[in-house]
Design a protein around this ligand. Structure first.
Ligand code: UD1
Ligand code: CA
Length: 468
């Protein structure tokens, strides 16, 4: 069974975050917390998702504009029960509804499905998701009678010492019949420590009906963790990273030190790829098989093909062809198409450029706004001068071109196939196919000049050694 409709509560201020940003927009793995909740709710088979917004409503709505959810606005944050009332007119008359908090980013679609199944089988008017915590501080406690029957939920702030000792907590997620919701929500009162309309009071109301209230205990207590402050935000992010790393390792990826490896849940990595320590891999990145990502790399929104080898480098929004070698200390800024079996060596920076198969820039070069063909050699210290102070221009280089060390290619300029640019040349005009281009002052040597000027330097090696 699954719930076709879900209400996600995301209107609270999140006071404990001490932030100008609404709590549910605080990010884990580069995505707002609530967006993780939305993905998992959808995974469980839910079709219609209503997000209740209030504090920072516009900001939250904008952040979730691409998620295919609808919104209900809670003008004043009068409690979780009051929040659900705002969504009532969008909830179908029949069937069951999930109510989920926007601040529980670790919940999984799998657990939500099992939860809905349990609710369906029990026939209860309402089922609450629970978990056992050694330290239940801050959560609502699940109160049962001597026979273990669910009675009610009591909030931390309203609980007496005996109730506070209960270790079974409320996850803040409910599976409830739409009919029961309509009937019971108007009966909520705010007669409690926080003067709020608590959704949790529905449990006692459901327990008093013929159908009763049920509870489903999550197998993994981590999944229901609520994030109310930044300490919990970091703890939740750590758990999520561990999950991602373990899934990847089970799928055949070697992660040398999972504790220092930060991979987003959106990243795909092929088998027999090895990821070194202190590495960050983000966003829509796809890495092939047999790739080596050495220690200290940062890769964002990029596609890395099979057999690539990257050492201590930063790669953003780029495509790197198979068996290419990158780094150490290369910086690929957005927009590059690097071919197969290329070499992007140390201290090489690329931006918005194409680099053909087999081409090499082994050290210290800037290649920006360029289309470089296959099997070229870009020497040490070469600069593609793409900016005239006002506008950016492109440079085109054909196949098998040799660009000698310390040359400048002043864009817009074209160098045709098989051309040879001598070291130290500044190229400003088109270079023809197979042509040599030399643009530098010829050097001049005068024999015996140093002695003539009496400028012979002292032999320093010896004097250094004597000092020791
Ligand atoms: C709530 C539960 C508690 C449970 C815990 C699980 C209540 C009264 N308490 O407590 O039993 O153990 O979650 O994490 O429900 N929200 C609104 N409008 C409001 C108030 C809150 O939309 O007027 C939203 C918040 O944005 C948040 C969620 O509801 O996403 C939960 O609110 P929060 O204040 O964090 O409740 P807790 O104190 O954690
Ligand atoms: Ca909370």
């Amino acid at each position: 069974m699954n719930c076709k409709t879900a209400v996600i509560l995301a209107a609270g201020a999140g006071t404990r975050m001490k932030s100008a940003k609404p709590k549910v927009l605080h990010e884990i793995m580069g995505r707002p917390m609530v967006s993780h909740v939305i993905s998992q709710v959808r995974k469980s088979g839910t079709e219609k998702i209503i997000v209740v917004v209030g504090h920072g409503a516009q900001e939250v709505q904008e952040a979730l504009s691409g998620e295919g959810v609808s919104f209900a606005v809670q003008e004043e944050q009068l409690g979780t029960g009051h929040a659900v009332i705002q969504a009532l007119d969008q909830i179908p008359e029949e069937g069951d509804v999930f109510i989920v908090c926007g601040d529980t980013p670790l919940i999984t679609g799998e657990t939500l499905s099992k939860f809905a199944d349990h609710h369906g089988k029990s026939g209860a008017a309402l089922t609450v998701l629970t978990a056992e915590y050694d330290d239940p501080t801050g959560y609502g406690r699940i109160i049962r009678d001597a026979d273990g029957r669910l009675l009610r939920i009591v909030e931390q702030k309203d609980a007496d010492d005996e109730e506070k000792a209960v270790k079974e907590v409320n996850a803040g997620m409910y599976c409830v019949s739409a009919a029961f919701l309509r009937e019971s929500l108007p009966k909520l009162t705010n007669d409690n420590a926080q003067k709020e309309y608590y959704i949790t009071d529905l449990i006692a109301m459901a327990a008093a009906t013929d159908k009763g209230a049920a509870a489903y205990c999550a197998e993994d207590a981590d999944e229901i963790m609520g994030v109310n402050n930044r300490v919990q935000l970091a703890a939740a992010a750590k758990i999520m990273r561990k999950r991602v790393n373990e899934r990847l390792m089970m799928d055949g990826v070697t992660i040398i030190d999972p504790d220092s490896t930060y991979i987003d849940d959106t990243v795909e990595i092929g088998s027999d790829t090895e990821i070194g320590p202190n590495t960050i891999i983000k966003g829509a990145t796809k890495i092939g098989s047999n790739v080596s990502v050495g220690a200290g790399c940062q890769i964002e929104d990029s596609v890395i093909e099979d057999g690539v080898d990257i050492l201590k480098s930063v790669v953003k929004e780029s495509h790197i062809g198979a068996r290419t070698h990158v780094g150490p200390f290369a910086y690929l800024r957005p927009g590059n198409e690097i071919g197969e079996e290329c070499k992007v060596g140390d201290f090489v920076e690329f931006k918005n450029s194409v680099f053909g198969d087999g081409s090499k820039a082994s050290h210290l070069a800037y290649i920006g706004d360029a289309d470089v063909g296959n099997d070229c050699n870009v020497g040490c210290g070469v600069i593609f001068a793409n900016y005239d102070g006002k506008h950016k221009h492109r440079t085109t280089v054909g196949d098998r071109v040799f660009i000698g060390s310390n040359s400048n290619l002043v864009a817009p300029v074209k160098v045709n196939d098989d051309a040879f640019i001598a070291a130290g040349t500044t190229v400003t005009k088109e270079v023809g196919e197979g042509a040599l281009c030399v643009g530098r002052v010829r050097d001049y040597t005068e024999e015996g000049w140093v002695d003539k000027k009496d400028l012979k330097r002292e032999k320093l090696h010896g004097s250094h050694r004597e000092k020791k």
